[in-house]
Design a protein around this ligand. Structure first.
Ligand code: NDP
Length: 244
């Protein structure tokens, strides 16, 4: 692993499970100080104890600006400020588009898109101070689109467009890195409430042999570990068997 990670402070949203949790393990093993953000305090507190060292658990909801501001204050005071921000918190509530799912539509926009924006606003000064990395966890759904996934697609396409503009605004002080995974075996599909969409997603994940969270954590660690003159701006990573 690269020395570019050791001694830096990484803030990970959605660190209580899946990709965020695996990334916390990987960056901590590479010598980073890690701030674990999520709503499930018990999970991130247990993970912080497991990782030890300079790891802190900070209960925060990315739809609640005040909780993010408190998190930024703690990261500043206890870990010296964020060098790496990983906007990973997200939900994939697949369903047909319509009024029955209006709440889920708003929830996905609030978490996946506005949540990443608010978190970045709150940590931006810390990232700019001394060469930062902003990693946005998008999806193959930010590059493709399909029926039953329209709002999730909209949030991830939105994330990609925002990231590209931000990349141009923030260079060279902050490197913007977009990671677009295909199917990854995590809790993500557990939250889908539309039964046929959930069955379809689970069947697809099984058929293509979904990636592991560690596969994505490895990509994130590789990207943020490059020397400052190198910017890996976008990585699309699918299971070899996934067609779309
Ligand atoms: P998980 O469901 O395991 O993780 C999602 C994380 O997001 C949880 O830690 C959850 O923590 C957190 N989260 C959800 N809502 C909020 C909120 N309001 N505030 C703070 N944290 C929140 O799924 P994954 O690890 O798969 O998902 C991580 C990211 O990867 C998501 O952005 C997802 O869209 C993306 N992705 C996943 C793919 C997959 O196939 N799994 C494919 C492509 C992209 P808590 O509930 O404790 O708050």
């Amino acid at each position: 692993m690269s020395d570019e990670i050791s001694g830096r402070t990484a803030v990970i949203t959605g660190a209580s499970s899946g990709i965020g949790e695996a990334t916390a393990h990987t960056l901590a093993a590479a010598g980073a100080r890690v701030a674990l953000l999520a709503r499930r305090s018990d999970r991130i507190e247990a993970l912080a104890r497991e990782l030890g060292g300079d790891t802190i658990a900070v209960t925060a909801d990315v739809t609640d600006r005040a909780s993010l501001e408190q998190a930024a204050a703690r990261v500043h005071d206890e870990l010296g400020g964020a060098d790496i921000l990983i906007n990973n918190a997200g939900q994939m509530l697949l369903s047909p588009f319509g009024p029955d799912y209006a709440q889920e539509t708003r929830r996905m926009v609030e978490i996946n898109l506005l949540g990443a924006m608010t978190t970045t606003e709150v940590f931006l000064d810390q990232l700019r101070d001394g060469g930062g990395d902003l990693v946005n966890i998008s999806s193959v759904a930010g590059r493709t689109a399909g029926k039953g996934s329209s709002v999730y697609n909209a949030t991830k396409w939105g994330l990609n467009g925002w990231s590209e503009a931000l990349r141009q605004e923030l260079l060279p002080d902050v490197r913007v890195i977009v990671v677009e995974p295909g199917a990854v075996d995590t809790e993500l599909t557990d939250h889908i409430t539309h039964p046929r969409s959930q069955e379809g997603a689970r069947a697809m994940y099984e058929k293509v042999e979904a990636l592991t969270s560690q596969d994505i954590a490895d990509v994130i660690a590789f990207a943020v570990g490059r020397p400052r003159r190198v910017a890996i701006n976008e990585v699309l990573i699918r299971p070899s068997k996934q067609p779309l």
